[in-house]
Design a protein around this ligand. Structure first.
Ligand code: MN
Length: 190
C-alpha cells in the first residue's frame, strides 16, 4: 500500500470507530458510496480530492486530516519555526486535475488549514457547502482562475484574493490552457 492510501485507510477506520458509524451510516453522512468507502479502507482506491472533501465534510473534519500523512503536534503556545516547501508537498490524488499541497494542515487551536492548490487546465469542481461557519480565503498566486461564489463565476487573476462564507455552494475552475495556483485558507468554527 502506498503511504497516502495507507494513511487514508487508517484515518477513515479511526474516524468511523470514534463515531461508531457503520459503512452504511458513513455512506449516508458523506454521500460517498459504501463500495468506495470499503475500497478506501482496504487501500484499494485512490479517491479524488472531491471524494475526500465529501468524506471530510461528512465527519465535520478538515481535508488535511485525510491528506497529511504526518501527525499533528499538540498545541504549543510558543511553537518552533516551521518552514514548509510546497514543492515537496504536492499530491495529485487519483490523477485528479488538481494538485494539493497541505502547507499547514489543520491546527485545532488556530482552527484553520492552509493549502496550495494547483488547478490544471480545464479543471472544474463544485464543492458541497461546508459545515455552518466555515470561511474560506482564496489568494491567487499564478495564472487565472474562476471562483463560483454568490451564485456566479468570478474571474480571479494573479494577485487577487477573495474571502467568502463556505457554508454555501462554491466552486473552482480553470478555463485557461495553463495552470492556476492559489493558496486556500480554510477556517473552521470551533
Ligand atoms: Mn470548499
Amino acid at each position: 500500500m502506498q503511504e497516502l492510501s495507507q494513511h487514508l485507510s487508517h484515518t477513515l477506520k479511526k474516524l468511523r470507530k470514534e463515531k461508531e458509524w457503520s459503512l452504511d451510516r458513513t455512506a449516508k453522512e458523506t454521500g460517498v458510496s459504501k463500495a468506495m468507502l470499503g475500497q478506501i479502507e482496504r487501500g484499494e482506491s485512490s479517491p479524488t480530492v472531491a471524494t475526500l472533501w465529501k468524506i471530510a465534510g461528512g465527519f465535520h473534519c478538515s481535508l488535511s486530516t485525510f491528506i497529511e500523512p504526518y501527525s499533528i503536534e499538540p498545541y504549543n503556545p510558543h511553537p518552533s519555526t516551521l518552514i514548509r516547501n510546497a514543492n515537496d508537498l504536492r499530491h495529485q490524488p487519483a490523477k485528479d486535475k488538481m494538485l494539493v499541497a497541505p502547507i499547514f494542515p489543520f491546527d485545532p487551536q488556530l482552527s484553520f488549514e492552509v493549502f496550495e492548490l494547483t488547478l490544471l487546465p480545464h479543471y472544474e469542481r463544485y464543492s458541497e457547502p461546508h459545515e455552518t461557519g466555515v470561511i474560506e480565503f482564496v489568494l491567487v498566486l499564478e495564472g487565472e482562475m474562476e471562483l463560483f461564489v454568490d451564485q456566479q463565476w468570478q474571474t480571479l487573476t494573479k494577485g487577487m484574493s477573495v474571502r467568502f462564507a463556505a457554508d454555501k455552494p462554491h466552486g473552482y475552475r480553470n478555463l485557461s490552457t495553463v495552470q492556476a495556483v492559489f493558496h486556500n485558507v480554510i477556517h473552521y468554527p470551533r
